[in-house]
Write a protein that binds this ligand. Structure first.
Ligand SMILES: [Zn+2]
Length: 380
């Protein structure tokens, strides 16, 4: 069963990935220039609200600008993994275990710390001052993500085993990440993570460990943009019902579209219902191929952060992959989100002030602090 689904997923190239790559190809420097020099944020458009914001602003915490130069207008990498395998080479969606280990170590060494997707979308980025957020996502509930060995132990070479071990050795690397699962309660599709006897235990373990579970539809089909509304809602609501068959009280509120393909009626990624099951998502994720915007800022293209159109980055060595973007964000520090250590405040340099979305900050009851050198020049 494992090979059947792995094959069908790995042989198709995400359409959105190709589009995104084509879009960025050849005009990269101009996009970067626009990122640096974009004008002040326009009033927030009619996009739906996301967060349960606090009723009022919480106090602003001090920052020592002689030690930290925060950039909370910067980009946030959302990494999109599929299967992990014991090979040396990346093939389609199969990524070497050794490379995954290297990614995690590299992120740690370069001061990235994981945050949950929910916290990111809600603008509650809580990492220490000087650190940068990263979001880990895993699609399709493949066995290399979460596997038990024949002696009933968590496989040290699956994603969960690797992250558990890394957290044990580095307690300041929290166990956060989202598994966009495919589930089945009958016999026509494989159970999540492809070991039927362990399926329930794995779903329970993920939540207990600190991870999140998200919606990836029931059938993982590519043609959603051509479907009638009722069929889209049946896929999205049905996936929630299937997750509830394992986790009855779990709030499934994040969505990753298979292949990054959105329905024609984009409102259906936000909410809908089918067969007595309602759903409401706080975000919808694409399949590639850029780092994501600051949740209170703008993306590469000058658009305000859109929770229902969030890009991710796939692993590999080519253009627009994890390696490509992370290296670029090291070279150009203006691109990288660097935290002020205060989850209630977004702190940016005077140059980056125009990147921020003031109405969205106000709605979320978050402060904006602007600094010049080592001095605060304004706060709101
Ligand atoms: Zn998928």
């Amino acid at each position: 069963m494992r090979s059947a689904r792995s094959f069908s997923v790995s042989t198709l190239v995400p359409a959105s990935l190709l589009c995104a790559a084509a879009l960025t190809s050849g005009c990269h420097s101009s996009l970067l220039a626009r990122f640096h020099h974009a004008k002040a944020a326009p009033a927030e458009n009619a996009r739906p609200k996301v967060a349960a914001a606090p009723a009022q602003s919480l106090p602003m915490l001090p920052v020592d600008f002689t030690k930290v130069q925060p950039n909370e207008a910067g980009l946030v990498p959302i990494l999109e993994y599929h299967d992990l395998v014991m090979t040396a080479k990346t093939t389609g969606y199969q990524y070497p275990v050794a490379a995954f280990r290297q990614d995690i170590q590299w992120l740690y060494d370069h001061n990235y710390r994981p945050v949950s997707l929910d916290d990111y979308v809600n603008g509650k980025i809580d990492v220490p001052a000087g650190m940068s957020p990263v979001i880990l996502t895993f699609d399709d509930a493949l066995r290399g993500q979460f596997n038990y060995t024949t002696d009933g132990k968590i496989d040290p070479n699956c994603a969960v085993g690797i992250l558990d071990d890394f957290h044990a050795k580095h307690p300041d690397w929290p166990l956060k990440g989202t598994f966009f699962v495919l589930t089945n309660v009958g016999t026509t599709l494989p159970p999540p993570f492809y070991q039927k006897a362990y399926a329930q235990g794995k779903m329970d373990y993920l939540i207990k460990d600190g991870f999140e579970v998200g919606n990836h539809t029931i059938h993982h089909l590519i043609g959603m943009r051509h479907w009638p509304d009722a069929r889209v809602e049946a896929e999205l609501a049905g996936a929630v019902a299937n997750i509830h068959s394992y986790l009855p009280s779990y709030n499934v509120d994040t969505l990753a579209l298979p292949y990054g393909v959105f329905p024609k009626n984009k409102k259906l990624v936000i909410s809908g219902s089918s067969g007595g099951q309602a759903y409401r998502n706080i975000c919808a994720l694409k399949a590639g191929a850029d780092p994501a915007a600051s949740p209170m800022g703008k993306d590469f293209y000058g658009h305000p952060f859109d929770p229902y159109y969030i890009p991710r980055i796939i692993p590999g060595a080519g253009k627009y992959t994890i390696r490509y973007w992370l290296d670029l964000m090291e070279k150009d520090k203006n691109l990288k989100y660097v935290s002020d250590g205060d989850p209630n405040t977004f702190t940016v340099s005077a140059i980056a002030k125009g990147q921020m979305n003031l109405p969205r900050l106000q709605k979320a009851h978050l402060h904006l602090r602007v600094y010049n050198g080592t001095q605060v020049s304004s706060t709101t």
